[in-house]
Write a protein of this length. Structure first.
Length: 322
């Protein structure tokens, strides 16, 4: 593993900050940022090699040798940046979702449209099997957006499952963990928990901190398990069935557009852990059917801005690879 000085680790932390910012926005992948910034292969390789052998080496040699051999300074620097960025942005996104939902979802909608084109474009050969895989994945994702959410953020098993599935963003450039959380109906709840942690830390309210930390730890345990499982499965899929895998990912995003559609009618509510009524089941409606001001012009503008964000990232990635 490469030897680095303090400044180089700071640069890795800065890349982690960018990855964290991407991971809280549905449609932008932390994996894409890792790819653009030149650390994707090292990240995947380090995760692949991380196993219980770390403890054996620690026992045989010492902690420092095991720490360096498994390239953990790299992971610590990177994920510190990711954590700082996510905690900082979670409160802002929670505020924006509460006060400007149509504009936020419009921006996300534009991001995902661009991501569909970005991932779909990587399919090098279209055949009947690839097209069927795309259609089936799109239909499945659309069905998920119509179904009642599997659980709530108060449910520990659901938190574990959400972390397990969402970690796919760290493995694949082009698909977003926040997008997967949206598909599961867990995005707003997870962002709210992160915002709650930031609020608790700023006021030193230990009850708020402990509640949020417990939820986040369960989510992270799911993510760690998912990381080990997904890294092997997806690498195998990409080696043997790359076009089919890309088609499935593209189909998922197409089907899930219903979830991100900015104009919604709330069909039922649920009570969160604070006893507040929050939307539980919603359906997409036309802007003209929206009971309040639909903000059509601004919504379209934010969709375009979201689309251009991915387009610019893709241009940067292409120029860097060249």
């Amino acid at each position: 593993m490469p030897k680095r000085n303090f400044i180089q680790y700071l640069i890795i932390t800065a890349k982690g900050l960018a990855m964290g910012a991407a991971d809280v926005v549905p449609g932008v992948s932390g994996g894409t940022i890792a790819f653009i910034s030149g650390i994707y292969e090292e990240l995947i390789e380090t995760i692949h090699k991380l196993d219980l052998g770390f403890f054996k080496l620690w026992k045989k040699e010492n902690f420092l040798t095991a720490w360096k051999t498994y390239n953990l300074p790299f992971l610590l620097a990177l994920f510190s940046g990711v954590a700082i960025s996510i905690l900082s942005l979670a409160k802002l996104i929670t505020f924006l979702l509460t006060n400007h939902p149509i504009l936020v979802w419009s921006f996300f909608f534009g991001l995902v449209i661009a991501s569909i084109l970005y991932v779909g474009k990587q399919v090098t050969r279209w055949n009947v099997a690839v097209i069927i895989a795309l259609i089936l994945a799109a239909a499945f994702a659309y069905f998920i957006t119509l179904a009642e959410p599997l659980g709530t953020v108060e449910s520990n098993w659901f938190l574990f499952f959400a972390g397990f599935v969402a970690i796919i963003a760290m493995i694949l450039p082009g698909i977003s963990g926040a997008f997967i959380l949206l598909l599961l109906g867990a995005y707003t709840a997870i962002i709210g928990t992160l915002s709650q942690l930031g609020e608790g830390l700023s006021t030193m309210n230990w009850k708020v901190i402990s509640d949020a930390v417990l939820k986040i730890l369960i989510f992270l345990v799911g993510a760690v398990v998912g990381l080990k499982v997904f890294s092997k499965v997806l690498n195998w899929m990409f080696k043997h069935y790359k076009n089919l895998t890309l088609a499935v990912l593209t189909g998922f995003m197409i089907g899930a557009l219903n979830k991100i559609w900015p104009w919604k009618e709330v069909l039922s509510y649920r009570s969160n852990s604070h006893g507040e009524k929050v939307p539980f089941i919603e359906k997409s409606i036309l802007p003209t059917q929206y009971p309040d001001e639909p903000q059509i012009f601004l919504a379209v503008l934010f969709m375009v801005l979201g689309f251009l964000s991915i387009f610019i990232l893709e241009r940067v990635a292409v120029s860097k690879s060249n």
